[in-house]
Design a protein around this ligand. Structure first.
Ligand code: FDA
Length: 583
């Protein structure tokens, strides 16, 4: 029998967004109830690419180790190739996900974490079990029906247990809508979604040993441009789920945005055509339809309800930003909820979710949909019938002006996918420019990004609203190096200063004593807490040795002061009060 219950935070959805939120709240000791309409965690692989920013969140949450343990490595996702068939002619190949020899260093500079690959079906059980261990009450087969926010600051949510058909209420102070692309929570808030659903494709989840076709060019995926195909699957990709025995094969109709539900035997035939080898034994595990969206919710909160993840940003898998963005959304909202619930901040700070994360969501959705166009260009170039392809193939090999022009065109289009496969910038540059949760000192200068390719390159800065730069520092000659990101986070505000900055450290201790704010100060420099052994911090810190950089629990710089003022404690107190909306 289900009883009405109450909780500080109700999370609707146990996908990457919801489960990460519950896990992070658990780290703060904040209990939550999580409901999910499904029977359990994701039963299809879905989003895979795990970028450095998302891994930094899980590193902060203490589960980088277990996640890395089950993820495929960056070496296993190092290429993407375009082929006639899996066993046939290769048209071109790119290095992917940071494996490009001339760019590897940028990824090493960006983060203490590595790119990796992890299907949701493997990630979600790790998130859910850790969230449960930290006290989250996770209820599967439980559907959100409606919510009502009352004037006494409570939300009453009506939910339906799909196993027992019972309906009961969950009363909470806050509600997080992390219920995916068909979000009922967002609908219940009557928040409009800008953009549209574009077309449907379908994915075939298979088990097949294809080691011999991948081992020499390990990669997350190959695109198959084989024109011996029915319209419903004229182009497709074979996406590694587990190397090299489990795959998700996407099939697209390049000609029309119509959807056709093929028969299983036709799918099997087409799979063998894509592989080019009928002897490969294929077990079809699942066939699922999915929608290519181009949508962002106009606002991400209303009252005490906050929406994150696919509930508010929906886009195709290009650039692999799906679950990564969800995990970063969760990092953003969790510390704010925890601080408000612990009485350390005014509830008004929660409204910064939209100002901070919506521009990120807008950028991700725009990029993923723009990236799709490059693939369509390539499909058009290669032709979609046998006759067209035979002309293209012959021209590609001919020593003629047309042949040279076509070869150049093919190369240019394939190289344009670099915006998809080596886009460090969009992964790392999540800048909160319009945030109320940052304080910018008069005269401080924003980094000049006019000559930066923001899609490809990371901007490293301590200007408020930027992510804390990752720098390795050392404690002493006997200890291992540690990242600035490891010193920051973990639920605390962090302050970095250098030689001459002792008053800031003392001020931090005073603030912690006076208002109970978890604020830890570190001196970086000779004889201080950590040594900037390679002067990397000096290069990026953006302030003088006795200046200060203040970092929020989610790794974002919220304030910096160029040098020590006459009364550092007074200015620090004012800034903290302003940031957290304290009287
Ligand atoms: P997600 O959709 O993962 O989870 C939603 C949660 O809300 C679930 O727990 C669900 O049960 C719950 N829920 C929904 N409605 C509810 C209700 N009324 N009541 C209670 N609970 C409710 N992305 C990518 O980058 N690369 C890829 O290859 C793919 N492939 C892909 C394939 C398929 C088939 C799908 C459906 C999606 C993808 N995606 C993808 C998108 C990717 O899966 C997506 O970005 C993330 O899963 C979004 O995570 P969320 O946590 O926001 O929602």
């Amino acid at each position: 029998v289900c009883h009405d219950i109450s909780t500080p935070v109700l999370v609707v959805g146990a996908g990457p967004a919801g489960a990460t939120t519950a896990l992070l709240l658990g780290r703060y000791g904040i209990p939550s109830v999580v409901i999910s309409r499904h029977r359990g965690t994701a039963n299809t692989p879905r989003a895979h690419i795990f970028n450095q920013r998302a891994m930094e969140v899980l590193r902060d949450a203490g589960i980088e180790g277990p996640v890395k343990h089950v993820a495929s490595t960056k070496e296993q996702i190092a290429h993407v190739a375009w082929l006639h068939t899996l066993n046939g002619e290769e048209y071109g190949r790119v290095y992917a996900w940071g494996a490009k020899p001339d760019r590897i260093g940028e990824y090493l500079v960006a983060s203490p974490c590595e790119m990796s690959d992890l299907p949701q079906s493997v990630l979600e059980p790790v998130l859910v079990s850790e969230a449960r261990r930290l006290g989250a009450d996770i209820r599967f087969s439980t559907e959100f029906l409606s919510q009502r926010q009352s004037s006494d600051g409570k939300i009453v949510t009506s939910v339906h247990n799909r196993n027992t058909s019972e309906t009961y209420n969950i009363t909470s102070q806050y509600l997080v809508g992390a219920d995916g692309a068909r979000s009922r929570v967002l609908d219940s808030l009557e928040i409009p979604i800008d953009g549209k659903s574009l077309s449907d494709a379908f994915g075939v989840h298979i088990r097949a040993d294809m080691t011999q076709y991948f081992i020499h060019r390990p990669g997350s995926m190959v695109w198959i441009l084989n024109p011996d195909a029915p319209d419903w699957s004229s182009h497709g990709s074979i996406r590694m789920v587990r190397p090299w025995t489990e795959f998700m094969v996407s099939m697209h109709n390049a000609k029309a945005d119509t959807y056709h539900e093929p028969r299983k035997e036709d799918v099997l035939k087409r799979l063998h055509q894509m592989i080019g080898d009928d002897s490969v034994h294929i077990e079809i595990l699942d066939i699922s339809r999915w929608t290519i969206n181009d949508q962002v919710a106009r606002t991400w909160h209303k009252g005490r309800v906050f929406c994150i993840g696919d509930a508010v940003h929906r886009h195709p898998p290009i650039n692999g930003l799906g679950s990564n963005t969800c995990i970063s959304d969760a990092f953003n909202i969790s510390w704010k909820l925890a601080y408000v619930l612990q009485g350390l901040a005014d509830p008004s700070i929660l409204d910064s979710l939209t100002a901070e994360r919506k521009p990120v969501g807008d950028g991700v959705v725009r990029r993923a949909n723009t990236g799709m166009l490059v693939h369509r260009k390539l499909w058009a170039l290669m032709g979609s019938t046998r006759e067209e392809r035979s002309i293209v193939s012959n021209t590609l090999r001919s020593a003629t002006v047309e042949g040279a022009a076509l070869r150049k065109r093919l190369r240019t289009i394939i190289e344009d996918t670099d915006d998809e496969f080596n886009a460090l910038g969009i992964q790392m540059n999540q800048v909160y420019s319009a945030s109320s949760l940052t304080v910018i000192e008069e005269g401080d200068i924003r980094p000049d990004v006019s000559n930066v390719n923001l899609l490809k390159q990371q901007v490293i800065s301590t200007f408020p609203g930027y992510h804390l730069p990752h720098v390795w520092v050392v404690k002493d000659s006997l200890s291992e190096r540690i990242s600035t990101l490891d010193l920051a986070g973990h639920g605390q505000f962090t302050l970095f200063t250098g030689i001459g900055g002792k008053p800031w450290i003392e001020a931090a201790e005073d603030v912690t004593r006076e208002i109970g704010l978890p604020l830890k100060g570190y001196g970086i420099g000779s004889g201080l807490d950590y040594l900037d052994a390679s002067w990397d911090w000096e290069r990026v810190r953006g302030v003088d040795e006795d200046g200060v950089v203040l970092v929020r629990p989610d790794h974002f710089v919220c304030w910096r002061y160029i040098r020590a003022p006459a009364d550092p404690a007074k200015r620090l107190r004012e800034v903290i009060q302003q940031l957290l909306g304290l009287p």
